[in-house]
Design a protein. Structure first.
Length: 236
C-alpha cells in the first residue's frame, strides 16, 4: 500500500544551521503517529516542509505516491493535507460559522452547509456558532481550527501541539475527537510535549533530535530506548 505521506532523506538548512538533516518518515492510511523531541529538534520545520511553507534543500516529499516537493501550500492542501498550528489562528472578527465558510471546499453550497452543521455538532461548537472567533476560549479556538481543516476532508491532518494551553477536561474531549476523526479514515501526525496525550493517542511514535529521526516504535518501546531517554525523555 502506498503511504499517505513519504518524507525521503529531507534536509533543510538556514545558513549554517541544519534544522532537518536527512529525515525519513512515512505515515500509512489510518495511522495516528506522534512526532516528539526536544525544542529545536526540527519538528515544526518538518511540518512546514510537508505543507509547502518551506522548500527542502535536499530530498523529496510525496503524498499518496505523488511528489509534492516545493509545491505551494495551497496546492498541497488541495492534495489532501490539513494542518493546525501551535497557536490557533482563526479569523477573529468573523463568527465561528463564517470561519468555516473560508476553506475552498470542492463541493456545492448545500453540501458545504451540511458539512458545517455536522462539524459544529461533532466538535461541540454549535452553541457558539454565531460568536466572534476572538471571543472563544483557547480550547474552543483549537476546535474551530480543527473544524476548519476538516471542511477540506483531508487524507492527513498535521496537529502541532493540540494540548498546549488547554484545560485538561477539554483536552479529554479533544482526544476523543481526534480518535473519532481517525476512525473515520483520516491519518494524523501529532507533535506534542505532553507524553500522556502521546501515549493515549499514538500507535507509533517517531523521535527527532538535531533534525534526525533517532527512534520509531510504540510508545513503550521508545520510552525504554536509552538514546531517546538521553535526548528527550530523561526519567519519564
Amino acid at each position: 500500500m502506498t503511504p499517505v505521506l513519504s518524507v525521503d532523506n529531507v534536509k533543510k538548512q538556514f545558513g549554517g544551521i541544519v534544522a532537518v538533516d536527512g529525515l525519513d518518515l512515512e505515515i500509512e492510511s489510518g495511522e495516528i503517529v506522534g512526532l516528539i523531541g526536544p525544542n529545536g529538534a526540527g519538528k515544526t520545520t518538518t511540518l512546514n516542509l510537508i505543507t509547502g511553507f518551506l522548500t527542502p534543500n535536499e530530498g523529496r516529499i510525496s503524498l499518496n505516491g505523488t511528489e509534492v516537493t516545493g509545491d505551494s501550500p495551497d496546492s498541497i492542501s488541495k492534495r489532501g493535507i490539513g494542518r493546525t498550528f501551535q497557536i490557533s489562528k482563526p479569523f477573529g472578527r468573523l463568527s465561528v460559522y463564517e470561519n468555516l465558510l473560508v476553506p475552498n471546499v470542492s463541493c456545492g453550497p448545500t453540501e458545504q452547509e451540511a458539512r458545517i452543521d455536522r462539524l459544529l455538532q461533532e466538535l461541540h461548537l454549535e452553541k457558539v456558532r454565531e460568536n466572534r472567533a476572538d471571543e472563544l476560549s483557547g480550547g474552543q479556538k483549537k476546535l474551530l481550527e480543527l473544524a476548519r481543516v476538516l471542511m477540506l476532508e483531508p487524507d492527513l491532518i498535521l496537529l502541532d501541539e493540540p494540548a498546549a494551553g488547554i484545560n485538561p477536561a477539554l483536552m479529554d474531549d479533544i482526544i476523543d475527537d481526534i480518535q473519532r476523526i481517525n476512525e473515520q479514515g483520516t491519518a494524523i501526525l501529532v507533535i506534542e510535549h505532553d507524553m500522556s496525550v502521546i501515549s493515549e493517542l499514538c500507535e507509533r511514535v517517531v523521535v527527532m533530535n538535531a533534525g534526525r529521526n533517532i527512534a520509531s516504535g510504540a510508545f513503550e518501546e521508545i520510552r525504554g530506548d536509552e538514546t531517546v531517554r538521553e535526548a528527550y525523555l530523561g526519567g519519564t
